[in-house]
Design a protein around this ligand. Structure first.
Ligand code: ADP
Length: 200
C-alpha cells in the first residue's frame, strides 16, 4: 500500500503527462484525474443519467455515450450549468481517485491533475509537486501537441490558476523548461526523495 500520495499539477503543456510516464517507468502507480473524468460518465454510470435528465437528450450521442462537444456548448456561456456539472462530477471523480489511490501497490503513488486545487483534489494528497515552465514554453509545446490553435491554448491558460499562485502552493517544483533528459534527472531525484519519505 502507498504510504505517501503526491499530487502532480501544472498548467496545460507544462509536461504533467510526460512526468507521469517517467514515474510510471520507475514502477510508481499514477492516477490521472482527466482519465477519471471520463470513467465516471461512462454509459451505465449514474452521472450520465443525471446529465441526460438535466440537459436533455442532446447531451448524449446516438451510441449512448456522453456527447462532449454538445455538453461543452451547453455549458459554454452558462455559469450555472457549468457549476451544476462540476458539483455533480467533482465528488464522483474524487471518490474514484481516492479508491484507486488507496489500492495503489507502489511505496508512494501519484495523483496527476491539471485542476488539483480548483477541484479540492489537493485534500487527497500529502504533498504537491508542481511541473513548471514559462508561459511561452507552455504555449509552444501545447499547441505543437494539439495541432496549433494557440488562441485556444491561451484561453485555457487564462482559465487555469496562474503560475505564481501554483508555485506558492508547491512542496516541490520540477522545472521542465529544459530538455527531456533534464526532466528525467529531476524525476529520478524526486523519486529517491519520495521513496525516502514513504519509509518514514
Ligand atoms: P500536460 O500533460 O501538462 O498538458 P504534456 O506532458 O502533454 O503536458 O507535454 C506537452 C508536450 O510537451 C508534449 O508533446 C510532450 O511530449 C512535450 N514535452 C514535455 N516535456 C518536455 C521537455 N522537457 N522537452 C521537450 N518536450 C517536452
Amino acid at each position: 500500500m502507498a504510504n505517501l500520495i503526491v499530487g502532480v499539477t501544472g498548467g496545460i503543456g507544462s509536461g504533467k503527462s510526460a512526468v507521469m510516464r517517467a514515474f510510471e517507468e520507475l514502477g510508481i502507480v499514477a492516477e490521472d484525474a482527466d482519465v477519471m473524468a471520463r470513467v465516471v460518465v461512462k454509459p451505465g454510470k449514474p452521472a450520465l443519467k443525471a446529465i441526460a435528465a438535466h440537459f436533455g437528450p442532446e447531451a448524449i450521442s446516438p451510441d449512448g455515450s456522453l456527447n462532449r462537444p454538445a455538453l461543452r456548448q451547453l455549458i459554454f456561456s452558462d455559469a450555472d450549468a457549468k457549476q451544476w456539472l462540476e458539483n455533480l462530477l467533482h465528488p464522483l471523480i474524487n471518490q474514484e481517485l481516492e479508491e484507486r489511490l488507496a489500492a495503489a501497490t507502489s511505496p508512494y503513488a501519484l495523483l496527476v491533475s491539471p485542476l488539483l486545487f480548483e477541484t479540492g483534489q489537493n485534500r487527497l494528497v500529502d504533498r504537491v509537486l508542481v511541473v513548471d515552465v514559462p508561459e511561452a514554453v507552455q504555449l509552444e509545446r501545447a499547441s505543437q501537441r494539439d495541432g496549433g490553435d494557440t488562441e485556444q491554448i491561451r484561453r485555457i491558460i487564462a482559465s487555469q490558476m496562474n503560475r505564481q499562485e501554483r508555485l506558492d502552493r508547491a512542496d516541490e517544483v520540477l522545472d521542465n523548461s529544459g530538455d527531456l533528459s533534464a526532466m528525467l534527472e529531476q524525476v529520478e531525484r524526486l523519486h529517491q526523495q519520495y521513496l525516502e519519505m514513504s519509509r518514514r
